[in-house]
Design a protein around this ligand. Sequence first.
Ligand code: CA
Length: 519
Amino acid sequence: MKQIIYTLILCFLLLLSGIACKDKPVEVKKQAKPNIVYIMTDDHGYQAISSYNGELNQTPNIDRIATEGAKFTRSFVTNSICSPSRAVMLTGKFSHLNGQQINSQRFDGSQVTFPKILQQTGYQTAMIGKWHLGSDPTGFDYWNILPGQGDYYNPDFNEMGEKSRVEGYVTSLITEFSLDWLKNRDTEKPFALLMHHKAPHRCWMPDTTYLEKYNDVKFKLPENFYDDYEGRTAAASQKMHIKDFCPVNDLKMYDKEGEIDGPLRKYFENQINRMNPAQRAAWDKAYEKEITYFKEAGLEGKELMEWRYQRYLEDYLRCIASVDDSVGEVLDYLEENGLAENTLVVYTSDQGFYLGEHGWFDKRFMYEESFRTPLLMKLPSRFKNKTIPDLVQNIDYAPTFLELAGAEIPIDMQGNSLLPLLEGEAAEWRDAVYYHYYEYPGPHSVKRHYGVRTDRYKLIHFYEDIDQWELYDLKEDPTEVNNLYGKEGYEEVTQTMYTELLKLQKQYKDTTVTNVKLN
Ligand code: CA
């Protein structure tokens, strides 16, 4: 009986406290603004990320971002080249509006960029690594950048205007400086860190740790490695073919005797002369055997082509191995310091890259390998386990970061925040993306072109000293070797794509080309 009375009293008390709690104003713990760690590499093709491919290499740390977050499978740039892509990312605007159409221009740092708005919103901001925009960074509380393209070994850094040479390997140094900044930040404020790697940019100099990696691997040739460019004049006239490699600079055939020559031998010599004796000894030991083989084998024709391809991929992927380690270090730091849950981590590249597709290296073309770029994002407090096939573009990054920070997105930014795609099913999303490349005449001789891509088709117009249209059915011809433009049965698709192209040129205010007519 006593037991029952006690229970009743207890229930009554609990009920009372429950009512009391209900009447009290509910205290919602305010979720702090998410931090942002934006990791961007230079020329990292999606083919060389195991989360996307896995046939070439393994990138377990980069893959962690995809596994714990979101993987975009159709992420594109607006202009596939270094500086222009960086300007698009900062401004959320196409090249014709942000003024950075080609590499050699100087970025106008007085314009509105997302880091500036984040600063005004109370974020502390930092930019560490490859900047490559000519002018000094603006919108950052702290910056420490590589001058120009930067160097792989013992590179110079420009820290807030103070230049000095730092001993070490570039990828490790950028990681170290980024972690130092995170450790010494003001923990009362949210942060946005832009961490921009030089790797895996040409001339693909791996760290001494990885000089032997992939020695025993034979990489499979891409399906269209021996492309004949039939019906594609611009593709036939480029200078970014694997046969255009400088054996010394690109394939590391820097022999002591100086018997192997190439147009970039002097440039490469400057790179290698930056090494300290220990680095140099490791380097010479690693390449000695291959140099001897190359001199003695007298390779020709297909054998020579395939040897070049193999050499290229080994060094390119070795550089990525260091990048993957770096990503692991950053993710570990965030986890160990309780920051993982509420930090958006982004992994992307300034554009994609050809890894032997069409017989090429480099970028620039609107064909998939360089038009597409890897894009992985994780923010466990907001989304998990997603594969996003929608057509997104680097104009979308700035609006995404601003929406996440609770800042207003300027009306003239041309992209859309990706949060609706990340957090749910976007009711409405674009069904076509627009592209425009300008750097011609220029390095690698890729003609100027613009174009439109939908889920299935791509229409490209090459212009300036040429007037050629190309149409691809990406479902039937994913390697883009069959130009359907002008072929019977494609009149309607061509017309639809042309209408879409004009619509996007108008929407994005691209008036750099006028009188666009099919021929
Ligand atoms: Ca690049």
